[in-house]
Design a protein around this ligand. Sequence first.
Ligand SMILES: [Zn+2]
Length: 565
Amino acid sequence: MDKTRACVSWCRQVLTVVVFVSVPAFVVAQTSAQASQSSSTPPRSRGQGEPTKADLLRGAYGPYRANNDLLFYHLDIRIDPEKKLISGKNTIRFKMLKDDTRIQLDLNDALKVDKVLLGSAPLHYERDSGAVFVDFPETLRSDHIYTIDFYYSGSPVQTGRFGGFTFGTDASGHPWIYTACEGIGASIWWPNKDQWRDEVENMQISVSIPDNLVDVSNGRFMGKTALGDGYTRWDWFVHYPINNYDVSVNIGNYQHFSDRLGDLDMDFYALPEDMEKAKKQFTQAKGMIEAYEHYFGEYPFKKDGYKLIEVPYSGMEHQSAVTYGNHFANGYLERDWTGVGISTRFDFIIIHESGHEWFGNSITAADSSDMWIHEGWTTYLESLYVEYMYGKDNAIKYLNGYKSKVKNERPIITARGVDGEPPPDQYFKGVLFINTLRSIVDDDIRWWKLLHDFYQHFKYQNIMTEDVLQYFNQQAGMNLTPIFDQYLRHTAIPILELKFDDSDGTVSYRWKADEPMFKMPVRVGRKDNWQILHATPDWQTMRTTLKKDDFEVATDLYYVNVIKE
Ligand SMILES: [Zn+2]
């Protein structure tokens, strides 16, 4: 479903190709099995050097994508663990938005297109750098709905930050097959319109696997059917719009247990040897959902339920089917993640990856350039969980622990329309920026309402930073544009310059920032008696009884640098 029509501002942006960034795998560590890469199809550059044709074909919302609006997918595949083969089809239903004879879909070159059918008529197609252009013998008419069946087969390459598609085995020798393809893209293993802007309205997922295995995919489990040839088909139905990269299969020797939170079904899947640990650790999911519902409102995918599924990599936000590999221990991979003694109180992966149900899955960025809408916000949700459970002081302490991870080497928002990923600052600087916004609003009752209403306003939509900014400007009744731009579109954070004249008993102050109109209130003085300084880029002077060394700036509340002279 194209959820971005309300957004008028971002699509008019001129596409600029700027610097690309390297993509460290820091939130989801690669297992050694995932690290290998096939030689048959080299991974896309994804941020290194000049964009390739593939980067542009996949990253841009080109004319053969923009001419249609996705409605429905039925991914119906058979997975053979022994031969490491996928075969099957994706039935794709879409509405044309203008008259045309061609649409763009995507499928990694390592996989074979067997045929593309409109009804029973085979369609001509052309493959180019991961894109599959499908041609129709007659013009497709605007406002008309069409359905095609895209048949494919082959062995997907194991590549990208999360492995893409992995044929693995568990410690007891059972097949363990899983997907995690954010970044590299869902077309690494199935044919689809592989971009972020347009989502289907709902989706059916049918996965046929050997009888002794279990598949857990997204959505509501609809049942399984023995096919009589040693295979069983597992059917799942997703009742909501879903990102391509969220669509997942998790196939293994899973056992299952369930719980309920009010009328929300919660289902948990783990290997038999890990069941006891899972039953203990996964109890944290309830408190997580209660915390996020407190701030934002109802869990977004209630008809599909909430699922948590053990996998061998650290975790991924697959919609309504969050994957988990955090060793059944608190912290992140048994570390104190923000280094201030708080993240050891909870399971980072349950809290972070599930937070994406609200930001990432329900509210989705329409272009990966604006991925801070997923990661900056979800990192902020971590601190909200801390605040809900342990109070504001601990939340502020927790999120300030992220300062040590910020690099400030390039802006959080990257080039639009190019396949690539913003730098990790989108998480760390993102959360510190949102905390700064809270201090600017400086009224927690208003802040909580603003957050709640912001989520409710944009839920199930694909949005850009301009939409976030416009909402906050309107609802907060402030001009936050220079502040958003400074933190998101520039490398450096603002510097508060202070010049003391002790003999005169004054301090002069101003902001030094890239944005010429940068203005932001900031708390200064003494912790027990802050006063708010309305600093601007121009020097102003005020009286103070405090000497230079005693004059503090509330840098836990505002992410700024301070220079005192
Ligand atoms: Zn995340």
